[in-house]
Ligand binder design. Structure first.
Ligand SMILES: [Zn+2]
Length: 383
C-alpha cells in the first residue's frame, strides 16, 4: 500500500498556485464564435470563463487521465484504499472548498469513519445520493466516483452537459457522495485479516472455514473476493425492503448474508439516516462492478417505474451498458430507496470479465462514465 502523505503539502501548494495563475482558456476550434474577444463594440461582454461544449468537456476528461497520476485522485493502481480516499477528500476540500465539503455520517463496524462528500450548492432544492463500494471487492467504484468528483470540481466553471454548465447544474442539484459505503470490506479485500482489529478476526476465519467454496482456495484469495462488511453481512442485502423474503446465506460469510435483522449494520443505518436527513432526494445512484449492465426494476408502481426506467435509459444510452428490465429484489439500497422512500434508484455495474477489475480497464470505464453526475443532474432538472 503506498503512502503519499509526505507529498500532500507540496501537492496542495502546487494546486493552489496553479489555480491562482489560472491559464486563459484556449481558443475554441476554428470557426467557433470569437465573441468573447470583442470589446467596446456595445455587445454584452461574455463571461470570464466560457462554458465548454460537450466535445471540449470530453477532451478535458481524456486529458485528466492521460497521465493517471495527474490531479488529486491517483488512478494508476487498482487497490485504491480507505486511507487514500480519506486523504483525497481532505485535499479536494482544501483545493475546491468553494464547491465541496465532506463530513462523517457514522462509523463502520470496525470503527472507520464513513464519509459523505457534498458537491455543489447545499441549499439546492434537489439532492442526489451516490453510493459506491458497498461491496468490498468492488473498490474501483470508489476510485471512479472520487475521480468523477474531482473532474466536476476541476471543471466546475468550464465543463458542460447538454449545453448547461456544471456550475448551473450543481447549483440546482446537490450531490451527496458516499465513495466507500463499506470501508471495512474494501480493506479486507485489499489487505486481508490484518486490516481488522484482532477481536474481529476469528469471525472472518470462521467464515473461511464454513463457507462453501467451489474449489480449494487460500485464505488470502478468499478474502480478496470479500463483499460483506467486517461482520460477514452483505450490506446490499441488509436494507428493510422485502428483507424477509430474501433468500439469504444462513450465517456470516463473504457475501449474501442479509444480517440478523433488517438494517442491523451501522453502515446501513448511516445511509438510511443520510437519505432521510435530506429534504428532496430525486435519485439514488448505486455504483457496483461488474457486468456493464444497469438494474432499475424492483417492482415499483407505474409512475415511479417509468421515472426510474427513463433515468436508467439515459445512463444506458450514455455508457453503452445493457438495460435489464427483469424485476430484481434483494433487500438492496436501491430496493429500499425505491420501495420504502419512493426515490428513483438505479444500480450501475461497471467493468467486464473480471470480479476483481484490473486497472487496465479504468480508462475505458472512465470515458463511459466520467459525466454520470452532471447527466443525472440534467436529467432530473428536466423531469
Ligand atoms: Zn456489488
Amino acid at each position: 500500500m503506498k503512502n503519499h502523505r509526505p507529498l500532500l503539502p507540496l501537492l496542495l501548494a502546487a494546486l493552489l498556485l496553479s489555480s491562482c495563475i489560472r491559464q486563459p482558456v484556449p481558443p475554441g476550434p476554428a470557426g467557433s464564435s470569437s465573441a468573447s474577444q470583442s470589446s467596446g463594440s456595445g455587445e454584452p461582454s461574455s463571461p470570464a470563463l466560457p462554458v465548454w461544449d460537450d466535445a471540449r468537456t470530453q477532451a478535458a476528461a481524456a486529458d485528466l487521465i492521460a497521465l493517471p497520476t495527474s490531479g488529486i485522485v491517483d488512478v494508476s493502481h487498482a487497490d485504491y484504499s480507505y486511507g487514500e480516499m480519506t486523504e483525497d477528500l481532505q485535499t479536494l476540500a482544501a483545493v475546491y472548498g468553494e464547491h465541496f465539503s465532506y463530513r462523517s455520517i457514522g462509523t463502520s463496524a470496525a470503527g472507520r469513519t464513513l464519509y459523505v462528500g457534498v458537491l455543489g450548492n447545499p441549499d439546492a432544492q434537489r439532492q442526489v445520493v451516490v453510493s459506491a463500494a458497498i461491496h468490498g471487492r468492488e473498490y474501483m467504484t470508489a476510485q471512479l466516483t472520487m475521480k468523477q468528483l474531482e473532474f466536476c470540481l476541476k471543471y466546475y466553471d468550464e465543463g458542460s452537459y447538454g449545453g448547461t454548465s456544471y456550475a448551473a447544474l450543481f447549483e440546482q442539484v446537490c450531490f451527496y457522495i458516499v465513495p466507500m459505503t463499506n470501508p471495512d470490506g474494501v480493506m479486507l479485500a485489499q489487505d486481508g485479516l490484518e486490516s481488522l482489529p484482532e477481536d474481529m478476526r476469528p469471525l472472518i476465519e470462521e467464515c473461511y472455514e464454513t463457507e462453501e467454496h467451489e474449489y480449494p482456495v487460500t485464505l488470502d484469495t478468499y478474502l480478496s473476493y470479500w463483499k460483506a462488511n467486517a461482520r460477514g453481512v452483505d450490506l446490499n442485502r441488509n436494507y428493510d425492503a422485502l428483507w424477509e423474503q430474501y433468500d439469504s446465506a444462513p450465517g456470516p460469510q463473504s457475501q449474501r448474508y442479509k444480517g440478523p435483522c433488517a438494517a442491523s449494520e451501522p453502515e446501513t443505518q448511516a445511509m438510511v439516516a443520510l437519505i432521510d436527513s435530506l429534504p428532496d432526494v430525486v435519485a439514488v445512484l448505486c455504483v457496483h462492478s461488474q457486468g456493464e449492465v444497469i438494474y432499475w426494476n424492483c417492482g415499483q408502481q407505474s409512475d415511479a417505474a417509468e421515472q426510474t426506467r427513463d433515468y436508467a435509459e439515459a445512463v444506458a444510452e450514455r455508457t453503452g451498458y445493457e438495460l435489464l428490465d427483469e424485476q430484481n429484489n434483494d433487500a438492496s439500497l436501491s430496493d429500499w430507496a425505491e420501495l420504502e422512500r419512493g426515490i428513483p434508484a438505479i444500480t450501475v455495474e461497471i467493468g467486464s470479465n473480471s470480479l476483481l477489475l484490473p486497472i487496465s480497464q479504468f480508462p475505458s470505464i472512465w470515458m463511459e462514465t466520467y459525466d454520470l453526475l452532471p447527466l443525472t443532474a440534467a436529467h432530473f432538472l428536466l423531469t
